[in-house]
Ligand binder design. Structure first.
Ligand code: 3Y8
Ligand code: NAP
Length: 243
């Protein structure tokens, strides 16, 4: 019988763990502990870092983990590279459950930048009303462009926000196009800043931007180390059964 560790925190991870629990496959779901009350899961759940790749290797040995599925967000590059390293060290089968990057469609007005820093640079210039939908962890980077009026969407109420002109919306996804369209109209949004997360939980703002004819500053995802990449739950269950 396998003993699966799911590195979670995404819509896809939640779909996977639901199937794994239904099939009675022994599994543990892992959160980093980034938000106050992460969504409960139908299997035993752990919260917090492992202590780097070495810590993850130790966890694998101590808990007799037989397989790891890295279903973290495409921007969780550190966790993903730690998983690759720890699985090599301990000879543990690893597969990533990834979601394809979003691609601009007819009617989209996207400017691609390679990382958060590139997005900050691209925000030079006169003040605009910006929907900064990249979460809380990188807000400090955008303090370099204080001239804009920012709409910030965060999972938890922040202690401090380093941006003088801002409206804060505490709301966790998945989001809907209707709600995001109404939100952006209400705020008078002129530009949307987004990570290329892929998947379904965060794409509403892009469909809303297209409907409203608004430009998007799209932050491309970081390069990931070489690993087996699967794109749906059925593929993961098949991989699990044959590895
Ligand atoms: C703690 C665990 C589900 C899963 C929900 C997905 C979809 C909704 C959209 C916007 C973009 C953003 C952010 C976002 C989305 C899903 C998914 C996704 C983006 C939770 C969750 C955890 C986190 C961590 C959080 C980050 C932040 C990023 C908000 C749970 C709700 C902006 C990424 O305050 C903080 O420190 C928040 C940190 C990492 C990025 C950042 O830099 O702030 N996610 N999000 C996970 C852990 O502890 O291990 O409670 O469910 C999960 C989800 N967030 O089906 O319910 O699958 O992507 N998450 C981005 O894409 O840009 C919001 O507002 O439009
Ligand atoms: P990250 O920068 O790649 O990871 C930083 C450190 O956080 C890792 O080295 C690890 O600590 C710990 N960590 C990350 N994910 C973990 C997990 N699932 N379980 C246990 N420890 C974890 O990751 P991040 O971008 O902060 O993302 C953190 C979590 O939020 C992940 O679960 C991710 O799926 C979720 N999430 C992130 C985003 C995003 O935009 N980044 C969006 C949606 C959801 P140690 O080194 O101590 O082991």
């Amino acid at each position: 019988m396998p003993n699966l560790l799911i590195l979670g925190g995404t819509t896809e991870a939640n779909a996977l763990v639901k199937s794994v629990a239904e099939q009675g496959i022994p599994a543990t779901y892992s959160y980093a502990g980034r938000v106050d009350s992460p969504r409960p899961q139908p299997v035993p759940t752990r919260v917090g870092g492992f202590g780097g790749a070495e810590g993850l290797a130790r966890y694998i040995r101590e808990h007799g983990i037989s397989h790891i599925v890295d279903a973290t967000h495409p921007f969780a590059a550190q966790m993903s590279s730690n998983a690759v390293e720890a699985c090599i060290t301990t000879a543990t089968p690893l597969a990533a459950l990834t979601r394809p990057a979003w691609v601009a469609q007819q009617g989209d007005d996207w400017q691609h930048v390679s990382d958060i820093e590139g997005a900050v640079d691209a925000l030079s210039g006169p003040a605009r009303r910006v929907f900064l939908a990249v979460g809380r962890m990188h807000l400090l980077d955008f303090a370099a462009q204080p001239q804009h009026h920012y709409l910030l969407r965060l999972v938890d109420e922040p202690e401090t926000v380093p941006l003088p002109n801002r409206d804060i919306l505490v709301s966790r996804g998945p989001f809907t196009v209707e709600d995001d369209r109404a939100l952006m109209l209400r705020h008078g949004t002129q530009l949307v800043v987004s990570k290329n997360a892929g998947g379904t939980g965060a794409r509403a703002k892009l469909d809303a931007a297209r409907a409203l004819g608004l430009p998007v500053l799209m932050i491309d995802r970081p390069v990931m180390p070489q690993r087996t990449e699967l794109t749906n739950v059925a593929q993961v269950l098949d991989w699990l059964a044959h590895t």
